[in-house]
Design a protein around this ligand. Sequence first.
Ligand SMILES: [Zn+2]
Ligand SMILES: [Zn+2]
Length: 307
Amino acid sequence: MTRLERNANVVAVVVPFAGVIAAGVLLWNSLLGPLDLEIFAGMYLFTAIGITVGFHRLLTHRAFETHRWLRYTFAIAGEMALEGSVIDWVADHRKHHTFADEEGDPHSPHVHEDHGVKGVLGGLWYAHTGWLFHTHGQASSRRYAADLVADPIMRKINRAFPYLALLSLLLPAVLGFALSGGSWMAALTAYVWAGLVRIFLVHHVTWSINSICHVFGKRRFDVRDQSTNVFWLALPSLGEAWHHNHHAFPRSAFHGLKWYELDPSGWLILAMGKVGLAWDVVTVSPEKERERLLRPNAPLPPTPVAN
Ligand SMILES: [Zn+2]
Ligand SMILES: [Zn+2]
């Protein structure tokens, strides 16, 4: 990956965020108010946690155990992020870890054939969004998510995806209407900010883990793929941007491994453990961490990129 490609990736992630913040500032007190922000925050956290704690750490990697009702609640919350149905998501993501940055990885930014400007745009498009139209949902669920396929309630939640997607879009409008005491305008602005903009941002942050966190950032463990830790994405991604740590220790419930590696999803699992909602929480011992560290003079892993 060249410097140009790296910078193009960063610009493509930062600009839409800046655009949304600018729109928010310009429209403050006219088409955006405190109620919109409150519903936005609630829906963002509910659906993003559904992805990070639910789809990813619990259902894909079995980083902890929990009650069945909470497991299904996480699956429903994750589907409301509109990133596909739960079984497809888990199968795609397990396949990503199996082939990380090699042929077969559903969304690696490093496995594409084009060079130059076409290569920059191609790699960026593919890792961030293009894969959704090519490889998304194609990993065999029987091979990669047999445990979820075997659960009839999980299969039901999987089939309910279109209805949960609709609910995720309509719920902000209903909340805006109800909490404003029946204003149609409040329903409309909540629909736009807590519905459309929220889904856009949750998507964008998740896809940034696929693109940015395999290209741009820091590495310290001896892993064969190109995964990276990206500190400035840590908070919006609720801790998922410590993606290099995650590739080194996929089952760990905590992706932030140092005190300054902010990991809100890990904090939630820790809190759930304290009140009896999570158990068998997988952690990494300091010795194991030290064993995996890159040795100073060891050769870097080969880059599986054509250009
Ligand atoms: Zn990855
Ligand atoms: Zn993972």
